[in-house]
Write a protein that binds this ligand. Structure first.
Ligand code: NAD
Length: 370
């Protein structure tokens, strides 16, 4: 039986395997780290599956530390306090969240609630004057993302989205090689990401909490990957959907294929699903070389090869690298990676166009007219 839980287990096994492999600490990955006067103090909001992964990973961090939680489930509090040494004064719920503004022990709130709550929660956190990391997909649509960016700008806080792969060594190497021209002119991209979802009652299958289905949840990896594989922004989108289970996927998309047309002439052919496993790959080919990451988007271990041979990048804990990397940006002023709210908005504009194309039976949607 396959399910989201199995998928996450597979991913955690990945983390386990990474732990056995020659592991680089995020500090040695980013030697430019300056030692700041203090660590970045983080509160996690929405203590579900992914928050648990982030919290465990943060035990490896050098520049960031978990100091608080925001939860609507009082029964979770005791375990989190004891597992992570969180003091009672740093425990919040959704009603008293605004009082976090007065807590000097918390610099940033990391939002890991269901997708359709991200908009409301980012606005609430920004109003407290704390920096924000929000999980992907950043919002239900581009308009919400614009409002979230504006709120963070107004509050003068940083706004990042949990695109952890931007701190993942294989992904970074692929981007470096592309920027250095080592693949030559990029000719084609073929990315896909999906899994077979389990429990039919979960929020991921409810439009009001998920915003959409596979496209929103994991299709965003294929899309974001097409943008970093080409270094360009798409100018048009077409999309098609297959729905084999109209009961389970009554409210959200099941399997979507989509094509992105880029200004340089590349067409990225992409796919995503909630209905089968072993669907995870990024492939780019240029006129001088190619790169393939597979698996490409899960927690790892990421594996890759190029026209030069196997990629031998270190295997790391993605979430630890992300948290130390973003702490370095906030504490030391290191330039932001492509994980800002603005970058996520670019993805949301494309996701809106994918859904528009699906509504219009595959019609070509031109993004320069948006
Ligand atoms: P989850 O269901 O395991 O956890 C969600 C948490 O939000 C739960 O603790 C739940 O109690 C809480 N919550 C607060 N208000 C809620 C409400 N009204 N309804 C339902 N739950 C509510 O989900 P998850 O897998 O942890 O995913 C959370 C977010 O993290 C999603 O946006 C998802 O896309 C993202 N995510 C990102 C990655 C990644 O690799 N970057 C991986 C997994 C999940």
């Amino acid at each position: 039986m396959h399910s989201r839980r199995n998928f996450l287990q597979k991913l955690s096994i990945g983390i386990g395997a990474a732990a056995l492999a020659p592991l680089s600490s995020s500090a040695s990955l980013f030697p430019a780290f300056k030692k700041p006067d203090k660590k970045l103090h983080v509160a996690l909001m929405g203590l579900g599956g992914y928050a648990n992964i982030v919290a465990k990973a943060m035990k490896e961090c050098k520049l960031a530390s978990l100091t608080g939680i925001v939860t609507g489930t009082p029964s979770k509090i005791a375990t989190w306090k004891s597992d992570y040494g969180i003091p009672g004064k740093n425990v919040y719920n959704y009603d008293n969240l605004h009082t976090i503004a007065n807590n000097p022990d918390i610099d940033l709130v990391y939002i890991t609630t269901p997708n359709s709550l991200h908009h409301r929660h980012v606005l609430q956190v920004a109003a407290t004057g704390k920096h924000v990391i929000c999980e992907k997909p950043v919002a239900d649509n581009a308009q919400q993302a614009r409002e979230m960016i504006a709120a963070c700008k107004k509050a003068g806080v940083k706004f990042y989205v949990g695109y952890r792969l931007h701190f993942e060594p294989h992904t970074r190497e692929l981007i470096r090689m592309r920027k250095a021209g080592e693949f030559g002119r990029i000719m084609h991209v073929n990315n896909y990401m999906g899994f077979k979802i389990g429990d039919p009652t979960q929020w991921r299958l409810k439009k009001a909490l998920a915003g959409g289905g596979a496209m929103m949840d994991v299709g965003v990896y294929a899309l974001n990957g097409a943008r970093y594989a080409t270094g360009e922004e798409p100018v048009w989108v077409t999309a098609q959907e297959t729905k084999t289970d109209r009961v389970k996927f009554a409210e959200v998309d099941e399997t979507v294929t989509f094509q992105l047309g880029f200004p340089g002439g590349v067409i990225a052919s992409c796919g995503t699903t909630y209905n089968f496993n072993n669907y995870e790959r990024l492939y780019l080919i240029g006129d001088k070389g190619f790169a393939e990451l597979s698996p490409a988007f899960g927690y790892g271990p990421i594996r890759g090869r190029t026209h030069l041979g196997p990629m031998n990048q270190p295997l790391i804990t993605h979430q630890a690298a992300q948290m130390d990397g973003l702490a370095d940006c906030i504490l030391n002023g290191t330039p932001d990676p492509d994980m800002t709210g603005e970058e996520a908005l670019k993805d949301m504009i494309v996701i809106d166009a994918v859904y528009e194309s699906l509504r219009k039976d595959g019609e070509k949607i031109y993004l320069d007219k948006k």
